[in-house]
Design a protein around this ligand. Structure first.
Ligand code: ADE
Length: 419
């Protein structure tokens, strides 16, 4: 595959308009792009990116290009691509994009291969499919990769497994681990955009409904908080006693999924693990129950089990598939169990992606500066970058904070002063 592969380049104008709208809410990335334009820290560097192709990602790609990088982009999920944005990057910015919303699995992986064909020196991944394909199928390209970054929790978990197994061949900075990433993107971004996706797909009123949130990590916390704000009766399911306790103290009911299944109206998985909602749960769900996933992969809902239990299924709205049970109940699966916020809505708003992608851009600059000196491990984002992103965001929001007085600095260093 050469050049690009997008739905329709004629969509470029529409994509440009939407990209510009997102850019207005990305002041931190804008300031980095402006500096990159002056300093060109990525000059001549080839970057292979596998990210959700959204307006926010497009602004990141342009920032990297402005810094001097040659960027190649494919989708990190078959359903998350915004076709107008893909067109805009090709037409207006001459960036090779390989991504079409709704592409099948074979096309999805052929697009990853197309990015790898470009021979990237750096990878920028979201979920580690690019890194995985590199390590399992493309040893011809692997040796020339210097380093990479990873955007999401699921990708970091996979990369740490690779590092533990001793198979990871180059260093990767886990952008997800930056506080200015997961405290905002995972929590407020997922919280809002997941509800947005469910509401756009179903147009259901959330108020008064029982919303079951599976998993109380940062994404689950954000989602539970926002569902509560909509007036839902929120039930949390967990496997971790600490997180379960936190959910209880945050004011949520915590139940095992087996007890939540018969009372829930809307189920959302946010765990990163397999078959969280499965046959035994579908069997007892209410007629009309809605089941969605907001985790990275479409493995959290056991769709084969749902298919096996159903006598038939049909599309009742865009992104809503109703499964008919033999006893007459209907169970509605959203977006084929793929991440609902990107499939049925537009993903996280620009304001939080601003910080996530500022971490991406600055981590890449850091890795370019390190050359080939780092060992093949998973690294945290340097703390100075995290601090810088927080400072830039506060400045952009016009929020001032205090500084410690010299007396306070001394007090914190000392141990003699007590009661
Ligand atoms: N992940 C979640 N929301 C996103 C967005 N708007 N752009 C890119 N990646 C995302």
């Amino acid at each position: 595959m050469t050049g690009h592969d997008v739905r329709d380049v004629a969509l470029a104008d529409h994509g440009a308009m939407r990209m510009e709208w997102a850019e207005r809410d990305m002041p931190v990335l804008r300031s980095i792009r402006e500096r990159f334009g002056r300093e060109k820290p990525l000059k001549g560097v080839r970057v292979g990116a596998c990210l959700h192709v959204t307006t926010e990602t497009a602004n990141l790609m342009v920032a990297l290009q402005t810094g001097g990088a040659d960027v190649f982009l494919c989708a990190s999920n078959p359903l998350s691509t915004q076709d107008d944005v893909a067109a805009c990057l090709v037409e207006r910015f001459d960036i090779p994009v390989f991504a079409i919303k709704g592409e099948d699995s074979q096309t999805y992986y052929s697009h990853i291969q197309a990015v790898l064909d470009a021979g990237p020196q750096f990878t920028m991944d979201d979920g580690a499919d690019l890194v995985n394909t590199l390590h399992t199928e493309r040893s011809d390209v692997l040796h020339q990769v210097w380093a990479g970054t990873e955007e999401t929790t699921t990708g970091v978990v996979r990369l740490r497994s690779m590092a533990t197994a001793g198979v990871l061949r180059y260093p990767i900075v886990a952008v997800n681990e930056a506080l200015t990433k997961h405290l905002f993107d995972n929590r407020y971004g997922t919280g809002q955009s997941t509800l947005d996706g469910i509401i756009r797909a179903t147009n259901l009123l959330v108020a008064g409904r029982v919303v079951v949130v599976a998993g109380y990590g940062w994404c689950g916390r954000g989602l539970a908080m926002r569902a509560k704000g909509h007036g839902a009766d929120v039930v949390v399911t967990e496997i971790d006693p600490l997180k379960a306790l936190e959910a209880v103290m945050d004011g949520f009911r915590v139940l095992p999924m087996a007890q939540a299944a018969p009372i829930g109206d809307i189920f959302v998985t946010a765990t990163g693990d397999l078959n969280v909602v499965r046959g035994e749960h579908f069997r007892v769900m209410k007629d009309g129950a809605v089941v969605a996933n907001t985790g990275h992969f479409n493995v959290e809902i056991d769709i084969p089990a749902l298919e096996a239990l159903a006598s038939s299924h049909r599309t009742v709205r865009d992104f809503v598939e109703e499964y008919q049970m033999a006893d007459g109940r209907g169970i509605n699966l959203l977006a084929d169990g793929r991440l609902i916020n990107l499939a049925a809505a537009e993903g996280h708003p620009a304001s939080v992606m601003d910080m996530s992608f500022a971490n991406q851009a600055l981590s890449l600059e850091y890795l370019v500066g390190e050359g080939r000196s780092l060992a093949p491990q998973v690294y945290d984002v340097p703390q100075a970058i995290d601090q810088q992103v927080a400072q830039l965001k506060l400045a952009a929001l016009g929020v001032g904070i205090d500084e410690l007085t010299p007396e306070q600095v001394e007090y914190l260093k000392g141990w003699q002063q007590g009661t």
